[in-house]
Design a protein around this ligand. Structure first.
Ligand code: PH4
Ligand code: ZN
Length: 308
């Protein structure tokens, strides 16, 4: 199938009450792992590439890889999405390369400035059929004992969300509800602000996105540490919390850290147990397969398995 916009994938997820993983890539191995999982699970997929990914691999290289593999598997609905585009120039680089979806992340600016930049991106993307995601609030873990004022300063304001969505015309929104990027998301219990999430969904009625959604799977983290790594204190979004978030309106679940941990855990294992190995394919191949397993497990939790 030719690449489609994320909106098409998410509108179906929203209508049917499930979520689709947006899995980040920087190289061929992660992309192949995502496709193997999608084929095995019969799941649609969103391939996410950040500005860092475009810098590392080249936007054209990312597009070519994704196009080549998706042409070979026409049954799988695939979107190629710019993750956290920070300005118009990054968005244009992605569009010119052939991306079918972009995120403009101006959430660190005041509301009006965020809205102004986001509108510019929507005006460019709408006629091209490219979908647009924006973010409100900051991606920061919130501890139990912080004041209401502190929470309000960091997390999405549902009243602002409705104004933002209707004035900007975005296709889906990432509301900050207490997650953060990386492997160390929560000091205490993994808690998200579901009341805020419910309100944003009720007021905006569009697909919502959970950034920083990795679960930091126990088996992969254990393997990472067993073979010399250090992830002490790592904590992700547990599966039951993820399922609840989906129940309240999350339709796109951003996942990068879980893939990184599992790939490198398996690389560590190979290097530690096969000390004379000099063929990178013997190291990266099993790591790629391990990432596929982790993604398959996640697709089942998100409810995207069997949705072709
Ligand atoms: N992302 C991934 C951001 C990756 O610059 P970069 O390539 O390192 O950016 O948008 C997520 O929300 C991932 O969340 P996770 O860390 O929980 O997997
Ligand atoms: Zn993110």
């Amino acid at each position: 199938m030719s690449l489609i916009s994320t909106k098409i994938i998410l509108d179906n997820a929203d209508k049917n009450g499930y979520a689709v993983g947006a899995f980040n890539i920087n190289d061929m191995e992660f992309l192949q792992a995502i496709f193997s999982a999608a084929l095995a699970e019969k799941s649609p997929i969103i391939i996410a590439a950040s500005e860092g990914a475009m810098k590392y691999a080249g936007a054209g290289m990312i597009y070519s890889m994704v196009k080549t593999i998706s042409d070979a598997h026409p049954d799988i609905p695939v979107a190629l999405h710019l993750d956290h585009g920070s300005n118009l120039s990054a968005v244009m680089t992605a569009i010119r390369a052939g991306f079918t979806s972009v995120m403009i992340d101006a959430s660190h600016f005041p509301f009006e400035e965020n809205l102004k930049i986001t509108k510019q991106v929507v005006n460019i993307c709408r006629p091209l059929g490219i979908s647009v995601e924006a973010e409100l609030g900051r991606l920061k873990g919130i501890e139990d004992n912080v004041s209401v004022a502190e929470r309000d300063a960091v997390l999405v304001n549902p009243e602002e969300a409705i104004d933002f969505v209707s004035a900007s015309g975005i296709d889906f929104l990432a509301p900050a509800i207490g997650t953060s990027h990386g492997a160390f998301k929560f000091k205490g219990e993994a808690k998200l602000d579901f009341e805020r999430l419910k309100k944003v969904k009720e007021l905006t009625g569009i697909p919502l996105v959970l950034h920083g959604a990795s679960s930091v799977p126990e088996a992969a983290s254990k393997k990472f540490e067993e073979f010399g790594g250090d992830l002490k204190g790592a904590k992700g979004v547990p599966f039951d919390v993820l399922k609840e978030a989906i129940k309240y309106g999350i339709n796109k679940v951003n996942t990068d850290t879980d893939l990184r941990i599992s790939f490198l855990a398996r690389v560590r294992e190979s290097i530690a147990t096969d000390k004379t190995q000099i063929d990178p394919r013997k190291i990266f191949g099993p790591a790629r397969d391990y990432v596929t397993e982790i993604i398959r497990e996640r697709m089942k939790i998100l409810g995207s398995s069997g949705r072709l």
